[in-house]
Design a protein around this ligand. Sequence first.
Ligand code: GTP
Ligand code: MG
Length: 195
Amino acid sequence: MTAVIEPEFLLSAAQPEQFPVEAAPEVAFAGRSNAGKSSLINRLTGRDKLAFTSSRPGCTRMINFFQINPSLRFVDLPGYGFAEGPVAEKLVWKALIERYLLERQQLRLVVMVLDSRRGWMKADLAMRDWLDSQGRPYLVAATKIDKLNQKEYVHGMRSIQKETSGEAVPFSAEDGRGTRELWQAITKITNSQPS
Ligand code: GTP
Ligand code: MG
């Protein structure tokens, strides 16, 4: 039995030494800057301000860890593919994300967050190929579907699905569509219950 607890922020890590001791299965959220990772975490947990969100791209520069329940953690990765900012800083983020994805024993699943209006972009495809090469399981959450009309939705989801052999879940942090489906997918892989 798992005790009922509130999801809570654990810590932000700017370097691998600051990662929390591995203690529970983790689901990480990866995607381009501004794709909607933090908003998606907030919607999944039903907590508006759990993960910091912003309309300013590149806002989450550290890896943020959240304890969702005793047997599940969420990990909000810094957005990649951010055009501005010093190159040296970008390399630091890249190294940080790679260390996490390479070394984390408790990592069960990477949710690749794509903006459904844009679909797969170069950096997303590179991340997908890298995850494949590392044997890291992932699924796709296509977010911001509230911004698409029916035609764009059908076309957008089809082209997103085309580039993944796994599941692509249509999602909206705005109206909550896809929340149940995403929880089902997470639960199936981690064996943990929704918060
Ligand atoms: P970084 O932390 O910079 O990597 O960005 P992020 O991927 O965490 O994106 P964030 O959740 O901060 O969202 C970026 C912007 O998109 C914010 O203005 C959000 O309100 C908006 N947004 C995110 N998800 C949705 C959605 O499903 N629908 C709509 N309409 N807006 C969304
Ligand atoms: Mg964020």
